[in-house]
Design a protein around this ligand. Structure first.
Ligand code: SF4
Length: 461
């Protein structure tokens, strides 16, 4: 299959440290759509105000005539285009042979669940449809559609442009009436949706339904006056969007941070890791809702998650919160103080389960392929590192070489270079890829390995 993908202009996002939900807190009055096609002025409601109901706003937006989340009837042709651009003969061969195949002196074992999840495939496909439907209109996207440089580069080539940033703030001024704006698979913060609604642009919403499910959960927390404890990274686009639909919230990235919160709830009675209110607010300064007061706002909590976190960890954090509330308020009262819905995405779970199975097998090294800002890929790398398997997380074949050298990331994002990463002689490699990684990228990485091993054989001959 002749596939030509250009890597030369690939850019890696580095601006994720800015919590974008904070950017638009002060805004002028906007229009809320009450029903399809009907716009009503709401001078009192803003995303930061107590009267504002994000759920009603979202509900009404999805029914307005400028909004689309189902595509435009070009599904077959866009899927065909994606298949030509992103599929791989090597992956096909592996699947046909029970996820294991040997090329020369390299045996490859592929995880049974890997690569593009349906939510990502759906998002990219709808974005492709938008380009087909609006061939001459300006098309903008509020963030990377998914965390994969190859796919993002492809959309750039199709003139789907990122909304420019100035000092970390998105410049929505560039968007004019008549333009099209794509919301990525992770969704968009409610403030951004409000700006776009006000501008009356065509919105193409590719938000994954699993992400919307989490938004529904935090809206339920809000309705019951529960504080959402969100297991995620506060600067990740998905968590920024989820937080924007929550009422009060605190975002915890790890079990350690969750333990700190629970220890605070129990006045230091869990492990003594927490201290004063000031220390709490300093620790979570980018990760709590405006005006958050840990003394008042942790009486009733609900758990929510960024869909790509490690499933087991989200479950553990939920259980810890539940136990904490039982201890503080009594087992019989726990339902009045703790709320939980299952919002762990199937695709994330399947990829993690397949990875746990794969790392049980004998192998010399693991290759984890996926964008370096991809959360779900980092967790696949984490599983391999925990098993002490030499594991290399790369986002493209360009990270390999010259010669037997690799630049890769570790689970926490440290960039590492290693010489002679491929052992001599016959080797077995485990391979998986993140939910936003096209098979073609995995093929390119494996092809580079095959070339290196072929050179080794020739040199020894
Ligand atoms: S990983 Fe899950 S939540 Fe994320 S896009 Fe894929 S299906 Fe949706």
């Amino acid at each position: 299959m002749a596939i030509s993908l250009q890597f030369s202009r690939i850019s890696t996002r580095t601006d994720l440290s800015v919590p974008e939900s904070r950017i638009f807190l002060q805004r002028k009055p906007f229009m809320v759509r009450c029903s399809a096609g009907e716009a009503v002025s709401s001078s009192s409601a803003t995303a930061g105000s107590s009267e504002f109901d994000a759920k009603v706003f979202r509900h009404n937006l999805t029914r307005s005539k400028n909004y689309n989340r189902k595509g435009f009837g070009h599904k077959e042709e866009t899927l065909e285009q994606m298949s030509q651009e992103y599929t791989s003969d090597i992956i096909k061969k592996l699947k046909e042979n029970g996820y294991e195949y040997t090329w020369g002196n390299v045996t490859v074992k592929l995880a049974e669940s890997y690569g593009f999840c349906w939510g990502v495939e759906r998002a990219v496909q709808i974005a492709y449809e938008a380009r087909k439907q609006f061939p001459t209109e300006k098309i903008w996207i509020t963030n990377e559609i998914i965390h994969n440089p190859t796919v993002n580069q492809r959309l750039e080539e199709m003139e789907v442009k990122n909304i420019p940033l100035d000092n970390g703030k998105k410049q929505f001024d560039v968007v004019d009436k008549g333009d099209v704006v794509v919301l990525p698979a992770f969704g968009a913060a409610v403030d951004e949706m409000m700006i776009l609604s006000e501008k009356k642009v065509q919105i193409v919403d590719t938000t994954c339904p699993w992400v919307s499910k989490v938004w529904n959960s935090v809206e339920k927390h809000k309705k019951g006056d529960y504080t959402s404890v969100i297991h995620g990274t506060y600067s990740h686009e998905e968590t920024v969007a989820t937080a924007s639909f929550a009422g009060k919230y605190v975002i915890v990235k790890t079990m350690k941070e969750a333990t700190y919160v629970c220890d605070y709830i129990l006045g230091g009675g869990l492990d003594g890791s927490s201290s004063t209110k000031e220390a709490f607010l300093e620790k979570f300064k980018f990760a709590v809702s405006e005006g958050f007061d840990p003394d008042k706002d942790l009486e009733k909590v609900g758990i929510a998650n960024q869909t790509t976190m490690l499933k087991g960890e989200t479950e553990e954090i939920g259980k810890l919160l539940e136990r904490t509330m039982m201890r503080k308020f009594g087992v019989e009262n726990v339902d009045n103080h703790f709320m939980s819905f299952n919002t762990i995405c199937d695709a994330t779970q399947e990829r993690q389960d397949a990875m746990y199975k794969l790392v049980d097998e004998k192998m010399d090294l693991m290759l984890v392929v996926g964008g370096w800002n991809s959360s779900n890929t980092s967790h696949l790398q984490e599983i391999a590192e925990e098993r002490k398997i030499p594991s290399y997380w790369v986002d493209s074949e360009k990270r390999i070489g010259p010669g037997n050298k690799i630049s890769y990331k570790l689970m926490h994002g440290e960039l590492v270079e290693k010489e002679n990463f491929l052992p001599e002689g016959p080797i077995t490699i485990g391979v998986t890829s993140g939910a936003s990684t096209p098979d073609k990228v995995v093929e390119d990485v494996l092809s580079k390995i095959f070339d290196l091993k072929r050179e080794e054989v020739l040199q020894l001959a």
